[in-house]
Write a protein that binds this ligand. Structure first.
Ligand code: C5P
Length: 209
C-alpha cells in the first residue's frame, strides 16, 4: 500500500481537528483541515468586498486556494467561519475544493483529512472513517474556554446559538450535508478527553493497517 487515508467528520468544535492532528503526528501522515479551504474562499471574497453568494466569483476564488498556504491563525476569525459555511453551500465551490482535497488525500505514506463530507464525498473509499460528535453544550463550552484563553470575549449563550445555526446550515444543505457515512465509526467526545479519543481511534486504525 502506498498511501492510507483516514477520514474524520463532525460538527464544529466536536474535537475532530485536535484528534486529526494527534493521529497525523502519531502515524507520520499529512493532515488537512478541509474547513480551512472553505474559510480561505470566504476570506478571499471578504477581503475584496465581494458577495459571498455569487457562485461564479466564489468558484474562481476556490480555484486559487493554495493548500500549502492555509494559515489556521489567519483564518480563525468567527466571521470567516460564518462566511465559510455560506460559500460551502455552492456546488461549484465544493467541486473545485473537493478535487484539491482528493489529490491531497493521495499523498504518501498517508493522509488524515477532517471536515464535514470526507467519509461521504471526498474519500468514500477511506479504510478508516470516524464521525466525531459531542453535545452542543459541550462543544459550546470548549469554544467558550478556547476564546477566553486567547483573550477574546463572547458569551456562552451566543456561542451555543452560533453553533446550533452552523449545525443546521451544514446538516440541512442539499450538496454534501454533514452526516455520518454508513461505514463510519461514531465517537462521542462529550465526556471524553483527547487521549481517550485518540486511543479508540488508534485501535480502529491499527486493525485496518
Ligand atoms: O470546520 P470549520 O469551522 O473550519 O469549517 C467552516 C465551514 O466550512 C463549515 O461550517 C462548513 O460549512 C464548511 N465545510 C464544509 N465541508 C468541509 C469542511 C468545512 O462544508 N469538508
Amino acid at each position: 500500500q502506498t498511501h492510507f487515508t483516514i477520514a474524520i467528520d463532525g460538527p464544529a468544535a466536536s474535537g475532530k481537528g485536535t484528534l486529526a492532528r494527534r493521529i497525523a503526528d502519531a502515524y507520520g501522515y499529512h493532515h488537512l483541515d478541509t474547513g480551512l479551504t472553505y474559510r480561505a474562499v470566504a476570506k478571499s471574497l471578504m477581503d475584496q468586498n465581494m458577495p459571498l453568494d455569487d457562485e461564479f466569483l466564489a468558484e474562481k476564488a476556490a480555484r486559487s486556494v493554495d493548500l500549502s498556504r492555509l494559515d489556521r491563525d489567519v483564518l480563525a476569525a468567527h466571521d470567516i467561519g460564518e462566511g465559510a459555511s455560506r460559500v460551502a453551500v455552492m456546488p461549484a465551490v465544493r467541486r473545485t475544493l473537493v478535487a484539491a482535497q482528493q489529490s491531497f488525500a493521495a499523498r504518501s505514506p498517508g493522509a488524515v483529512l477532517d471536515g464535514r463530507d470526507i467519509g461521504t464525498v471526498v474519500c468514500p473509499d477511506a479504510p478508516v472513517k470516524l464521525y466525531i460528535t459531542a453535545s452542543p453544550e459541550a462543544r459550546a463550552r470548549r469554544r467558550y474556554d478556547e476564546i477566553r484563553l486567547n483573550g477574546g470575549s463572547a458569551t456562552y449563550e451566543d456561542i451555543l446559538n452560533d453553533l446550533r445555526r452552523r449545525d443546521a446550515r451544514d446538516m440541512g444543505r442539499t450538496d454534501s450535508p454533514l452526516k455520518p457515512a454508513g461505514d463510519a465509526h461514531l465517537l462521542d467526545t462529550t465526556e471524553m478527553d483527547i487521549e481517550t479519543a485518540f486511543l479508540s481511534a488508534k485501535t480502529l486504525i491499527d486493525q485496518a493497517l
